[in-house]
Design a protein around this ligand. Structure first.
Ligand SMILES: Cc1ncc(COP(=O)(O)O)c(C=O)c1O
Length: 417
């Protein structure tokens, strides 16, 4: 059937492809440790009880009609207070937009700023910028990062690509790496953005920065930094993406918020409105109440973060042990989010059946079959197929599952020649 060029040229998600393979094997009875999805298993990581009760109460109180297009005022007030309290950021309720999770905010940021052919610069690895570029016919410029900087982009790496660009898409803590910007690294990037904007004429579109901080409350002892606190002068050019999906394990609840200059936020509000991508009203009512109770949130976060960190550390330590044991693997110390960056340098090796593992996808499928462990290669995040790095997400496994998968990886890797 004939469909639009856009629809027929959409790139399928490699993560979903791996997920389908895992599900098919599970259907046949295999027990697989699924470290692929950036989601939480609610049996292992439930949302806060008080939030769940708040959502049920809001439905019982008939909070079931259309919410205002930019979100209910009490939630925008709560977000405004939280931004001030936790990050020292001053954003009024007219500079905040609520939507159905944070994805509509990312799409709306692109739609509000990008004309076909406009240049969007983002690091590789990063999450989904290639897809949003495709949706908006942007010219995507993926800038490869390196282990030396924990896969976070540096000003020196980005600067050569910023001339004439419309959007620089950044994220910290970063999906897929679980690593974060230092204040110094981010301040240097802000400076090159400011410098680029100073060089542009009054009628030229400026260089904007999208700063995705959806994991900002999931950090393990490292301070989250943001561009506006570091360089207040950049405020007019920064659109923040944030929300409740990850910090409350509430990926299915769908409440996100974005903030930035009122003019851009208003245009994003119109775009989100046309999509009808608002957060459900009852969830907004409950979220406003929940985030208003600082102590409750802190208590949940400290328990939740400790549990994620325990899993990440177990996986990290396990890989460092393998490395010490002579295996060609490595891992980057987890800093935030729910991800661990793992190196498994076995491309080019042969399986006992004599099959050569040609790329990271082959290594991954070998581990799925032999070790019953599924990861996501960085090629799914914009890197080349021969990159030996993988993302492990710990939200859908218990600590026990993680402890049990390590010996299986050891056996599977030992069989490769
Ligand atoms: C960096 C990043 N931003 C945004 C999102 C989307 O979050 P939401 O579920 O709120 O749409 C994700 C989800 O995986 C993410 O990793």
């Amino acid at each position: 059937m004939k469909v639009s060029v856009l629809a027929s040229s959409l790139i399928g998600s490699e993560i979903i492809k791996i997920g389908n393979e895992v599900n098919e094997m599970k259907r046949k009875g295999a027990q697989i440790a699924n470290l692929t999805i950036g989601d939480f298993d609610p049996e292992i990581f439930p949302i806060p009880e008080e939030l769940k009760d708040g959502i049920i109460s809001a439905y019982n109180a008939h909070q079931t009609n259309y919410p205002p297009a930019d979100g209910i005022l009490p939630l925008r007030e709560t977000v405004s207070e939280m931004l001030k309290d936790r990050f020292g950021l001053e954003y009024s309720t007219s500079e905040i937009l609520i939507s159905g999770g944070s994805r509509p905010l990312i799409y709306a940021t692109y739609l509000a700023l990008i004309d076909p052919g406009d240049k969007v610069v983002f690091p590789a690895p990063s999450w989904n910028n290639n897809h949003y570029c495709h949706l908006t016919a942007a010219t995507a410029v993926a800038v490869e990062t390196d282990t030396e900087n924990n896969f976070m982009p540096t000003a020196a790496q980005l600067k050569p690509h910023l001339k004439g660009a419309t959007l620089l898409a950044l994220c910290s803590p970063l999906n897929p790496t679980g690593t974060m910007f230092t204040a110094e690294q981010l301040a240097e990037i802000c400076d090159v953005v400011i410098e680029e904007n100073h060089s542009r004429g009054l009628n030229e579109k400026p260089l904007y920065m999208m700063y995705d901080q959806i994991y900002s409350l999931l950090t393990f002892g490292v301070d989250h930094v943001n561009p506006v606190s570091l360089r207040p002068e950049i405020r007019d050019y920064v659109i923040f993406v944030d929300g409740s999906s990850k910090c409350l394990a509430a990926t299915g609840v769908r409440v996100g918020w974005g903030f930035g200059p009122a003019d851009i936020i208003n245009r994003m509000k119109a775009l989100v409105g046309h999509m009808g991508a608002w957060a459900p009203k009852a969830e907004q009512v409950a979220m406003a109440k929940y985030f208003g109770q600082k102590e409750l949130l802190d208590k949940f976060l400290s328990f939740f973060k400790a549990k994620i960190q325990e899993s990440l550390n177990a996986l990290y330590n396990g890989f460092i042990e393998l490395k010490k044991g002579g295996f060609d693997v490595d891992a980057v110390k987890p800093m935030g989010a729910m991800y661990l960056t793992i190196r498994i340098n076995y491309i080019g090796k042969s399986t006992p059946e004599g099959e050569v593992l040609k790329n990271s996808a082959d290594v991954n499928f070998y581990l799925i079959k032999e070790a019953k462990v599924a990861l996501v290669p960085f090629s799914a995040f914009g890197n080349e197929e021969d990159t030996p790095w993988y993302r492990a997400s710990v939200g859908a496994c218990t600590l026990q599952d993680i402890k049990h998968l390590l010996p299986r990886i050891k056996i599977a890797l030992s069989k490769l020649k």
